[in-house]
Write a protein that binds this ligand. Sequence first.
Ligand code: MTE
Ligand code: MO
Length: 262
Amino acid sequence: MTRTTRSAGRRDRRRFLQRVLGAAGALLVSGCNQLTKTDWFPKVLGVADQASEAAAKLVATRRSMAQEFTVADLSPSFRSNGTSDPENPEYRALAAGGFAEYRLEVGGLVAKPASFSLAELRALPSRTQITRHDCVEGWSAIARWKGTKLAALLDAVGVQREARYVVFHCADPMGDDGADPYYESIDLDDARHPQTILAWEMNDAPLPVANGAPIRLRVERQLGYKHAKYVMRIELVQSFAHIAGGKGGYWEDQGYQWFAGI
Ligand SMILES: Nc1nc2c(c(=O)[nH]1)N[C@H]1C(S)=C(S)[C@@H](COP(=O)(O)O)O[C@H]1N2
Ligand SMILES: [Mo]
């Protein structure tokens, strides 16, 4: 990506934020600009300031699309962060078999609990998008993702009326004793957003293990840690209070914000 597109994108986002947040927002946005010149600051507004979540919701920015890029913008390499090869014997056996035996379980508050092979997931409506991944650790990278629209998967199983969140249970054990698997959650607005996909392809090749094979979430208006890799099971819930530390995600349980977007 060129410097010009970069700053143009930044200007566009700034203008957009100023438009939707009004005068108070303009102050907030220009203040943030002075504090940080990084590309990902608009997403970080949600993390840095609880008030921006309310503001964003008020003006319905949650329906907006994340910026998409062109093949010319693709990063020469896309690093792996967090787990790069889950230390989980069941997962390793699936990987050794090329994920032929993999099945994504979908349950909880759904009309028809079901499990899906990779072929079945590929047969559902899919989307391809070139987007920028922004990690709170301060790096970004652009890749092309293809995957099943999460909305289509939800329609296939039928979401019950009481359901409010989608929880993603992952294969990788976390923590010193490896007792807590990685997990994440998003609300149904984000789950049904057109750019929210369960990606099985990255840069026109099968998703590598380092980046979450066979399936990883792309939830483009949220920061990197929300993009669960190695997704094994999806659960529709009314609350995530009963899951692990009760904060809706592995990093949230360690103190990160649950809402990591605009
Ligand atoms: N299952 C699982 N998902 C995960 C992580 C992880 O360690 N385990 N790390 C998260 C973080 S912090 C980031 S930035 C991205 C990294 O994705 P990448 O490895 O494709 O760069 O995955 C997110 N999803
Ligand atoms: Mo991250």
